[in-house]
Design a protein around this ligand. Structure first.
Ligand code: MSP
Length: 559
């Protein structure tokens, strides 16, 4: 099986990381961890390749470097480090981190451009249009008009510009793109984004500029030069898109291509769902050397975070920045923060609001009251009634000619329920529906809680002295609960690796199996109820500390 290759956008280094960047990379991390878990196998060759990094040749890097009295390269170095640290602090498990100023990228981009030039897909011309200086992109005439000649992103007036430049023959790829998108319903997700792209694509395509002039202005001297033409540099967006390819365009990594998912925000959908695939189509046919350059399997455009009901902006100063996220991680645990961002984030169609009240609500409902409470309840009962030793499930539940007590009939469903839940979770993962893939873990926890309420093991425990068969049933109930929670914890572990590893250590499971650095079976085998990796009757199980303490909704937000 080809390793799963997932990418995030590469982030502009003119600024510090905030929730938007952290979110995209965190979602990719959870997808990467989930895929590693789903696939299993030895750590090497790695079953997943996960790429993130920084986009460094933007004009605004030059401007903000100057404003900070330093050079663009020094400014990029400083900020790239901030991104690296931010992702480390979120325990992101990226396989590589690309910076577009690195020679492995900057040295390779001109080769692609030259191939496109030789094939006639990049040609020289002149461009006049409406330029959004903040975004460093031209808007089409219609888009500029619709936006009343202001930036749709920051509302600053668009600027009319004319310049010599090289064009990419995007117009030649309209039919091929339409064909590809129509034949591959999963190519652009979610569906609403796909429709958005199709609608715009049907209106026709203009060729797009792929270079910017180099003048005496220092701001124009930052960037990769066009092949054999020092008077022009590669437009930062074209430079940036190629990162997905440069990183794997080495003999030992070429097998990783194509990317399985380019995870991005909705604002950069057009570049990824139209321009990028067209560039790849053009490159592929430009020379036999590039015959391996297939199209990525999926471009997934998530929505945006807003903060306490308002769009985040510099002028409002309401960005949820790294110190704010850290404060949440310190008070509620990093895993709780990861859970909230994943479970409540704008992955599907609509934007999501980061609100403190909501955070606490979700924390209490999913973590403190669900997985946290359920594991400590079951751990406590096993400690109390079975001296902290995993009790045995009933053998041969059916077919012994004995009436099946109520609890056994209910318990008998759990192996099937677990299997079906894991299958549904994997199916959701396949569609990049991570909130569902994770939520199914919480649903299993809810089933355990219901089962406890139905079978009342704490009442049954009071009868074991008078009725010896009750002890067997009690053991069966608690085994069923604990084993189902083990399966649930597997589904939760990509979002909450630390807490689930703590649970596995407490419960004397092999916690190293939650870690991709171990050689491990695929999820379906790992999660088999009472299977080879299940809780072992007779083994010690420590109740440990509660995984999540209840949060007080009245406490003010951490700062
Ligand atoms: N450098 C380009 C991407 C080049 S990829 C070949 C870029 N960088 S960015 O730093 O401005 O933004 C990167 C990502 O952060 C985008 O996917 C964008 O959608 C995301 N976010 C920025 N603000 C966001 C929110 N408020 N909410 C969620 N994601 C947002 O664009």
């Amino acid at each position: 099986m080809k390793p799963y290759y997932i990418t995030t956008p590469i982030y502009y280094v003119n600024d510090r990381p905030h929730i938007g960047h952290c979110f995209t990379t965190l979602v990719a991390d959870v997808a990467a961890r989930f895929q590693r878990l789903a696939r299993g196998g030895p750590p090497s060759p790695a079953p997943v390749f996960f790429l993130t990094g920084t986009d460094e040749h933007a004009d605004k890097v030059v401007t903000s470097a100057a404003a900070n009295h330093t050079t663009p390269q020094a400014w990029a170095d400083l900020n790239a480090e901030q991104f690296r640290r931010a992702f480390d602090s979120l325990q992101v498990t990226n396989s590589d981190f690309i910076r577009t100023t690195e020679p492995r990228h900057a040295g390779r981009v001109p080769t692609y451009i030259a191939a496109l030039q030789a094939a006639g897909d990049i040609y020289k011309g002149q461009y006049t249009g409406w330029y959004d200086e903040g975004q460093e992109e031209y808007l089409t005439e219609t888009a500029a008009k619709d936006a009343q000649y202001r930036s749709p992103i920051n509302a600053r007036p668009l600027v009319r510009r004319t310049e010599d430049c090289y064009f990419f023959r995007l117009s030649a790829y309209q039919q091929a793109l339409l064909g590809h998108i129509n034949q591959h319903p999963g190519f652009i997700l979610p569906e609403s984004r796909r429709n958005e792209v199709l609608g715009r694509l049907r209106q026709g395509l203009n060729d797009v500029p792929v270079s910017r002039p180099v003048t005496s202005d220092p701001a124009t001297q930052w960037g990769i030069r066009m092949p054999a033409d020092d008077a022009n540099r590669v437009y930062v967006w074209i430079d940036a898109l190629f990162n997905y390819l440069t990183v794997v365009d080495t003999p030992d990594r070429r097998h990783l291509w194509p990317a399985d998912v380019h995870l991005i925000g909705k604002d950069i959908l057009w570049f990824h769902a139209v321009i990028w695939p067209a560039l790849l189509m053009a490159l592929r046919k430009s020379a036999p050397d590039f015959a391996w350059v297939d199209l990525p399997r999926c471009v997934f455009g998530h929505g945006w975070w807003i903060a306490e009901g308002q769009k985040m902006s510099k002028s409002l100063g309401n960005f949820i920045d790294l110190p704010r996220l850290d404060a949440y991680a310190r008070r509620y645990s990093l895993d709780a923060l990861r859970w909230y961002l994943l479970a409540q984030g704008p992955l599907a169609g609509t934007d999501a609001d980061f609100s403190h009240a909501r955070f606490v609500e979700v924390y209490n409902a999913d973590l403190a009251n669900a997985i946290g409470n359920s594991t400590s309840r079951v751990g406590n009962m096993i400690a109390r009634y079975f001296d902290g030793v995993v009790p045995p499930p009933l053998q041969g539940r059916a077919g012994e000619g004995l009436p099946i007590p109520e609890s056994d009939a209910l318990a008998a469903e759990f192996p099937y329920l677990c299997r079906a839940t894991v299958e549904r979770s994997l199916a959701a993962l396949d569609e990049f529906d991570l909130p569902t893939a994770l939520r199914l873990g919480i649903d299993l926890v809810a089933r355990v809680d219901l089962f406890i309420n139905q079978t009342q093991p704490f009442k049954l425990a009071k009868t074991v002295d008078a009725d010896p068969s009750a002890r067997g049933r009690l053991a069966d109930i608690l085994y069923t609960c604990a084993e189902t929670l083990r399966v649930a914890s597997l589904l939760l572990s990509p979002a909450m690796p630390d807490k689930m590893a703590t649970l596995w250590r407490d419960w004397n499971c092999h916690a190293e199996l939650l870690d991709a650095s171990a050689d491990r079976p695929a999820l379906e085998s790992l999660a088999r109820f009472a299977g080879p990796h299940a809780l072992k009757p007779g083994a010690p199980l420590s109740r440990g500390d509660p995984l999540f303490m209840r949060a007080d909704p009245a406490e003010p937000a951490p700062q």
